[in-house]
Design a protein around this ligand. Structure first.
Ligand SMILES: C[S@@+](CC[C@H](N)C(=O)[O-])C[C@H]1O[C@@H](n2cnc3c(N)ncnc32)[C@H](O)[C@@H]1O
Length: 279
């Protein structure tokens, strides 16, 4: 499959160019990556060690957000930019709480999609779309999405670690709104996004190195202010502790070390669409 005329759609596979999905796989300790991915990941890791810790904190947020939503009774999830499957995938976490929980994954990177297809073979309650999240109608109205997800009931929408790859000209606010507007009351929206306001100068310098490093990959990074990220939660109520730096999201019962606590280069939040009687 190739991208459509607007440049949207599944990405062409190029194993000679470092790719964001496979770089993340390296950072998480996975083995679905190539020598060029590992070389660039090593360079980024040497110049920005907190980025690797941060990738793991990002994954931790994803897990904890799904656990939280599952505990609130959410039994269907849409995971945009789901990545190469790794330890603790959304459907596995969700099905620990409810074996019949449904998950639709979406990614436009070939290795991520093929690896997920292998993992999900024979799994009735989860699927992956080889699709571009910048096409909300294409994702939301896809027959597989319609088969598994019922948008008249609450859904857990995950847009984690992916909006940083969507440049301003693609209007991430409109993309998020298009998905958010389909959510029934009682639904949740989980977002994480790297930022440019890290209060620790050494870590702030690291993130500049990361942005420079990704220029040698197939995707560029866009950092964003807290206000911009907050605006993506419009119409939802943020679950405690609100929109906070990665290490500050519900860490009381899973304490972090100092290096992890220093990973203040981006924000995570979980918003809940109010039920009508909450209004
Ligand atoms: C850093 S990984 C994040 C994986 C997972 N969400 C997590 O947080 O652990 C980002 C993923 O988003 C995917 N991605 C980036 N832009 C995308 C787009 N426009 N449509 C679909 N997937 C996209 C990449 O291919 C990659 O697999």
């Amino acid at each position: 499959m190739t991208p459509d005329v607007a440049g949207y759609g599944p990405r062409p596979l190029d194993l000679n160019l470092p790719n964001s999905a496979r770089l993340y796989d390296v950072f998480l300790g996975g083995d679905h990556n190539t020598a060029v991915d590992r070389e660039l990941a090593a360079r980024i890791g040497a110049e920005a060690p907190h980025w690797i810790l941060g990738a793991r904190l990002n994954r931790r947020f994803l897990r904890r957000a799904v656990e939280y939503m599952t505990a609130q009774g959410i039994d269907q999830f849409l995971d945009l930019g789901s990545g190469i499957p790794t330890v603790g995938n959304v459907h596995e976490i969700a099905q620990q709480g409810d074996p019949y929980a449904k998950t639709v994954y979406v990614d436009y990177e070939t290795v991520a999609v093929h690896t997920a297809q292998q993992l999900l073979a024979g799994t009735e309650h989860a699927t992956i779309l080889h699709a571009d999240l910048r096409d909300p109608a294409g994702v939301l109205d896809h027959p597989e999405t319609r088969r598994l997800l019922d948008f008249s009931r609450p859904v857990g929408l995950l847009i984690v670690g992916v909006l940083l790859f969507i440049p301003p000209e693609d209007r991430p606010e409109a993309i998020v709104a298009a998905y958010r507007d389909r959510l029934a009351p009682g639904s949740y929206l989980a977002i994480s996004q790297a930022s440019n306001d890290c209060p620790l100068p050494a870590v702030a310098a690291e993130i500049e190195n990361v942005v420079a490093g990704y220029r040698d990959s197939d995707e560029q990074l866009t950092l964003r202010s807290r206000d911009e990220i907050l605006s993506w939660f419009a119409g939802t109520e943020l679950v405690d502790p609100g929109l906070v730096y990665y290490p500050d999201w519900r860490s009381e019962d899973e304490p972090l070390d100092q290096a992890q606590l220093d990973c203040r280069y981006g924000y995570v939040g979980l918003g809940r669409v109010p039920r009508r009687h909450d209004d």
